[in-house]
Ligand binder design. Structure first.
Ligand code: ADP
Ligand code: MG
Length: 709
């Protein structure tokens, strides 16, 4: 049974005709929170709940307590400072006799008018210690003894809001009223169960309508937990259904070239040229890829592996499979330096194999370019390596069978589309390699329509990098360590942060640091290279080359060295102002050392005073070199939207599921979605009809990574 149109329509109605909401307020809600319809309102869940029965006594609060809820009388309220330093400072005293300071830096005048000295408030926020005094900045405030009608509710929902909304009475309290208004008008039929009955039963989920009601008006913690679990599962399951549908549809529609030969090139390389034994993980991944390529369906595979896990070799051997089947292959990297490095290492691996490998970037011009394009079109080039330049329209392959994309996140949607058009009748197979590991939950969502291979093993013989944390005042010690390494014939990186907003200041700091370094490491005994993002590419390349050749021993650089630079003789890296780097960035940076057999060091320099989050980041770096663990920690600290490689995907903005927390629910959701689609690919079964219409209505805009559906 599909819900009738008129009933389903109730949630589609605009919010303007809710009691107490006129056109102006409705417009504001749309602008501030993207809430336009009753459904939008209902499906914007509370982000936390206040347990009205639990209060902290102010006298017991510790500086590191975190979030607290207190109830007390506002005994003082004054505006202090002027202009940009203006702030509103209040004091709240509770029955314990102690007082807590409350501070607001925004909306000072408005809040000054709103709060009343002498009234009792419930106040919620994060405690911090400032000059020995405990305070809360921007606490959530509510009069303590209103809402008599809600007296029974122990769990009160708190909704996302903005200052503008608060001013118009559309704060948490106003939202609760609206939600109640809607819930009163809704019948069961307005919130039909879209999940198949057997799933609801087997997973012991409460119904959709019960969950939606409870999430807004929970009676107890247990009820709330059940509602949360249900809605999280629902959200993750529906998304997985859509992503897997995209994949299934694509595979049904987009045929691919069948590579069923393992031929001369692959075998000869494997037996005579492979300079080492493949790791177990590399072998497993190659098997997965080979199976894909033999199916007659276009491959869209994501290859994940930590820095140095040997993705390039897997890429190369996949390219050989393409060549063995009469196709050309290409590999793209996001920067010229990286692309050229791939070109050099692949040429070295293929030495004596009698294959033609060419390099192309925007800087290859004139006659050289024409020669490459011609040879490519005639099929005289087997492997083309380069930058985005490879997928520009003038670049025509004779018969491209495989495209490898290194560090895929820098490739945009349009570029992917161009890539797909590089061969006819079928698009080339696509293997994307990530620079940094992505947590499982993110990979399953942001790349949920791709197949994923993971290299979870490093080649043997690597000595792990020793990472230590030093504060600024031990700089001399750090210079000493650098000197020791250089005196052993090694090289050193010193990395400085460069952040767009204060680029000029940072460059100045880099210059100052350079002067200091010249003083500490005088010429001619020591030679120093400097590289930063503001340099001309040719100057940058020149300095990089000098360092690579060992002409300079110290490379002072901003994060331009982050990706892929390979100088095995560099055994020490010092990161300056470590607190200004993100975790995955630090991990990438650290991967520049420890690339040879010698023991390597990474010194994280920071100021003495560190925020809790910076300290956690630094501790994580000291504790582990496992990129997957670091990615997980990063996800927990920063949330999914900030993780490299996943920004392009709106998929990650979820209503209730949390990819940092809900890994297990997600795994179940994906499994169930897969099973279901295997059994009933087109959702034709009676028990799946509602699910199908629900997906069509609400999830048709979700696009997977491959963007073909
Ligand atoms: P990634 O691209 O995954 O960061 P690379 O492909 O650049 O890693 O490999 C890092 C280094 O490890 C290279 O010098 C490569 O030759 C070497 N390597 C790759 N696979 C193996 C292996 N199975 N055994 C030994 N060394 C390997
Ligand atoms: Mg690489």
């Amino acid at each position: 049974m599909v819900p009738s149109a008129s009933k389903a329509g109730l949630l589609d109605r605009g919010i303007a005709n809710l009691p107490g909401i006129g056109p102006a307020k409705a417009e504001l809600l749309g602008k501030e929170l993207m809430i336009f319809t009753l459904g939008d309102l209902l499906y914007s869940y509370p982000f936390r709940y206040v347990d009205r029965t639990q209060f902290h006594r102010i006298i017991d609060i510790m500086p590191d307590q975190g979030n607290v809820q207190v109830k007390g009388k506002l005994v003082n309220l004054v505006v202090k400072g002027e202009n940009r330093k203006k702030r509103l400072v209040g004091r709240l005293r509770d029955d314990s006799g102690a007082a807590l300071e409350l501070v607001w830096f925004r909306g000072v005048n408005y809040l000054d008018r709103t709060f009343k000295i002498g009234e009792e408030y419930v106040c919620y926020g994060t405690v911090q210690e400032f000059n020995g005094r405990l305070s809360i900045a921007h606490p959530e405030m509510e009069l303590a003894n209103t809402g008599q009608s809600e007296a029974a509710a122990t769990f009160e929902p708190v909704y996302a809001s903005t200052e503008k909304l608060n001013k118009r009475g559309l704060d948490t309290r106003g939202r609760r009223k609206m939600i109640r208004g809607i819930l009163d008008r809704l019948s069961e039929a307005d919130l039909p169960e879209m999940l198949p009955a057997y799933l609801v039963q087997e997973l012991r989920l409460i119904s959709h309508s019960a969950a939606v009601r409870t999430i807004h008006l929970p009676g107890s913690q247990a009820e709330l937990d059940a509602a949360r679990r249900r809605l999280k599962f629902e959200e993750l399951f529906l998304l997985q259904m859509r992503l897997i549908q995209l994949k299934v549809n694509r595979e049904a529609k987009v045929a691919g070239y069948t590579f069923d030969q393992i031929g001369d090139r692959f075998n000869r390389f494997f037996h005579d040229h492979l300079p080492f034994q493949l790791t177990g993980a590399q072998k497993r991944v190659l098997r997965e890829i080979r199976q894909d390529l033999g199916r007659g369906i276009q491959m869209n595979r994501l290859l994940q592996g930590d820095v140095g896990s040997g993705k390039t070799m897997v890429g190369l051997m996949t390219m050989l499979m393409a060549l063995d089947n009469g196709f050309q292959a290409c590999m793209m990297a996001p920067t010229e330096i990286l692309a050229f490095q791939h070109y050099e290492s692949i040429r070295a691996y293929l030495e004596g194999m009698d294959l033609t490998v060419a390099f192309l970037s925007g800087n290859v011009k004139g006659r050289a370019r024409r020669a490459i394009l011609e040879a490519l079109a005639e099929g005289c080039i087997d492997i083309l390596i380069g930058t985005h330049a490879l997928i520009e329209p003038p670049v025509v392959f004779k018969n491209l069978g495989l495209a490898i994309i290194d560090e895929q996140h820098r490739f945009g949607v349009k570029q992917r589309a161009k890539l797909w058009k590089k061969n006819l009748p079928y698009p080339p197979h696509v293997l994307v390699m990530t620079a940094t590991p992505i947590p499982r939950t993110l990979a399953m969502t942001a790349y949920g329509d791709l197949d994923v291979s993971i290299i979870d093993e490093l080649p043997p013989g690597r000595t792990p990098i020793k990472t230590v944390h030093f504060t600024e005042h031990r700089r001399e010690r750090v210079f000493g360590r650098i000197r020791e390494e250089i005196d052993k014939g090694r090289q050193a990186y010193i990395v400085y942060p460069l952040i767009e907003e204060n680029e000029k200041l940072d460059l100045l700091a880099l210059e100052e640091a350079y002067d200091e370094m010249l003083h500490k490491f005088p010429r001619p005994a020591y030679q120093i290279s400097v590289v930063h993002g503001k340099m001309k590419p040719e100057d940058k390349d020149y300095e990089m080359a000098r360092f690579k050749n060992g002409e300079t021993q110290i490379m002072m650089a901003t994060t331009v060295i982050e990706v892929g630079v390979n100088v095995p003789n560099a055994t020490i890296m010092v990161v300056v102002h470590t607190e200004r780097f993100g975790l995955s960035q630090l991990h990438q940076l650290r991967g520049r050392v420890g690339r040879g057999a010698a023991e390597s060091y990474c010194i994280l320099l920071s100021s003495v005073k560190l925020s809790k989050e910076s300290r956690q980041r630094i501790n994580t770096m000291v504790e582990t070199t496992d990129g997957f663990k670091i990615a997980e920690a990063d996800l927990k600290l920063r949330g999914p939207g900030m993780i490299d490689g996943t920004q392009q995907s709106g998929i990650l903005q979820m209503r209730i599921a949390d990819l940092a927390q809900d890994g297990r629910i997600l795994a179940v959701a994906r499994e169930r979605a897969k099973d279901l689609l295997q059994r009933d690919p087109n959702l034709r079964l009676e028990e799946h009809l509602l699910l199908r219409s629900y997906l069509d209505r609400h999830f048709s805009t979700v696009k997977g990574w491959s963007l073909i559906s």
